[in-house]
Ligand binder design. Structure first.
Ligand SMILES: [Mg+2]
Length: 368
């Protein structure tokens, strides 16, 4: 792909509001911004979405940086890349580290789309121009959560996801459902339960949840299959689906009825599309999950969610959900519950270099 240089920037920004799951609270966010510059002067952008500590996956900002700098970038330098489609195969000599891989792979897709003069959505086989927006409420305080939901509904958000745990579930969901009887509502447990909680989880069936996300262990598909046979609320898997084969096995076992696809978690847009295609073939709806991300990752998510199998509104909110000022322009905006896809080539948004510089802690540029 005639690469001239790859620049890594470590950025940090505070969240407008703390975000809590039963695993912990996030108050500020770091990310690695990847810029792949071609010899033609065109740049593609990607975003490394690992968190600062390994609470969600084993990858962290530090491990991503190390793997990018010391393994992935040297591999690209040595072998070259003809097309982003070949990236995941090239990276197969490096086990896992999917968020680091996706940070580069998504930048290559952006570069490819810009060179072809196409939107990333069109290049990936997207079929729609607008994406329904969804928002996540990570607030265990019920009155505060209700106020937050009200304000998002006023802004036009279409679907709301709340975080639950055994300390905060049945009454929490019951009150939210009572207040918002028609809301597209779902709950994410981030592995807060075991199979012994099956009866407790069954009692959530009466609240008409769109789905319950990742109730059991982060690496489990066997117990989820047992649980799904006991409850009628569809189970959605998030953390358990790290590879294409995880998705295939989970569907074969009946471990879930829905899959949340996160580009970073599965190692890039190519793998995300492969899982999407498989699920479409099996009649399993998918949606795009969020990582409390900045505008570049959000833009890649928009392109992903424009594929035809994404029939459930994902975690794609506007830039102002978490940030006072995002690193892209224009910022991503929700209007009437929908986000309109940009029509410029690639991710379709410009990186706001001034803002990027303001939030950069350090950077490193590797010349090819
Ligand atoms: Mg989740």
């Amino acid at each position: 792909m005639n690469i001239k240089s790859i620049k890594l920037s470590l950025i940090k920004m505070p969240l407008k509001q703390a975000f809590t799951t039963h695993l912990g609270t996030v108050t500020e966010r770091e990310a690695i911004i990847v810029e792949v510059e071609g010899k033609d002067g065109v740049s593609g952008f990607g975003e490394g979405v690992a968190f600062s500590s390994p609470w969600y996956t084993e990858e962290t900002i530090q491990t991503s940086w190390h793997v990018l700098k010391d393994f992935i970038i040297p591999l690209i330098k040595e072998n070259g890349i003809a097309h982003p489609e070949g990236t995941f195969a090239l990276f197969s000599s490096i086990r896992r580290n999917h968020m680091a891989k996706a940070a580069i792979e998504t930048a290559l897709w952006d570069l490819q789309a810009k060179r072809e003069g196409k939107t990333l959505s069109k290049l990936m086989g997207g079929t729609v121009d607008t994406i329904p927006s969804g928002v996540v409420v990570g607030n265990p305080n019920l009155p505060a959560a209700i106020t937050q939901i009200e304000s998002y509904l006023e802004k036009g958000y279409y679907r709301v996801k709340v975080k639950i745990s055994p300390e905060n579930d049945i009454q929490y969901i019951a009150e939210i459902r009572k207040k918002f009887p028609d809301l597209l509502l779902m709950a994410d447990a981030n592995s807060a339960y075991t199979l012994e909680d099956a009866e407790r989880l069954k009692s959530l069936d009466e609240y008409g949840l769109l789905m319950i996300e990742q109730p059991l262990d982060y690496d489990d598909i066997v117990d989820h299959a047992k649980l799904q046979s006991k409850i009628s609320t569809p189970i959605c898997l998030d953390e358990s689906i790290v590879t294409f084969n995880d998705a295939r096995k989970a569907v074969e076992l009946g471990s879930c009825k829905v899959i949340n696809i996160k580009i970073g978690r599965v190692g890039g847009l190519g793998e995300a599309k492969r899982i999407h295609d498989f699920c479409a073939d099996k009649g399993i709806p998918v949606w795009a999950g969020g990582m409390i991300e900045f505008g570049i990752s959000r833009a890649h998510n928009l392109a992903l969610a424009s594929m035809p199998g994404f029939t459930i509104p994902g975690d794609i909110s506007g830039s102002d959900r978490y940030w006072e000022k995002d690193i892209i322009e224009p910022e991503i905006k929700v209007q009437g519950g929908f986000i309109t896809l940009p029509n410029r080539p690639g991710i379709g948004f410009e990186v706001n270099r001034k803002r990027l510089e303001e939030v950069t802690i350090f950077e490193d540029k590797i010349i090819f």
